[in-house]
Design a protein around this ligand. Structure first.
Ligand code: FES
Length: 182
């Protein structure tokens, strides 16, 4: 059963597949499209891709689970990767994981219920001189302390809340105007 709004996404996915060769060479690019459209690779989409490319569903599933870019569950808007490579580990990465978990109420590898934040375990991010390192989406934060990380998370939450209010305000204003006219 499709959720609200998913019909259009599946239609876009079908259109994308139409333009691709119907064999395994198209699999990765179609999965990229799927991950970008849905924020993950849903089971139904994997079945559709398998059918269109005449592949076993197990083959599609195997590729999804092999590459860390693809996920089986929705990711949050902000993906937090706390480096657990050796240099970061000795500089207190585990304490950062604990502080982040406590602040967000999730374990490493999970997503918050509001789909705002995901935590993903990661190995060396290639910037060991700035250990401990945290990546939030495409932005790298070096020499991060627990306090700083919590502040960054709280700032992102505030920013999202402010944006949510900014979007609601014109609707409320329109509703008030409408009521006033009646
Ligand atoms: S070990 Fe963390 S960036 Fe290299």
């Amino acid at each position: 059963m499709l959720k609200h709004g998913e019909f259009a996404l599946y239609q876009e996915l079908r259109d994308f597949i139409k333009g691709k060769p119907k064999n395994e060479s198209s699999l990765i690019s179609i999965l990229h499209k799927t991950q970008n459209l849905f924020g993950y690779c849903p089971q139904e989409a994997q079945e559709l891709i398998a059918k269109e490319l005449a592949l076993p569903v197990s083959r599609v599933f195997g590729v999804v689970t092999f590459y860390s870019y693809f996920t089986l569950k929705p990711r949050g808007k902000y993906n937090i990767s706390i480096c657990l490579g050796t240099a970061c580990y000795v500089k207190g990465a585990q304490q950062l994981v604990a502080a982040c978990s406590k602040e967000l109420g999730i374990e490493n590898g999970e997503t918050t219920k509001d789909l705002l934040f995901s935590m993903a375990p990661t190995r060396c991010l290639g910037d060991c001189s700035k250990a401990p390192v945290v990546m939030i989406n495409d932005q790298l934060h070096g020499e991060v302390t627990e306090k700083e990380l919590v502040r960054i998370l709280q700032d992102l939450r505030k920013k999202e809340a402010a944006q949510g209010q900014a979007e609601v305000a014109p609707q409320e204003e329109a509703a008030r105007t409408k009521e006033g006219k009646q």
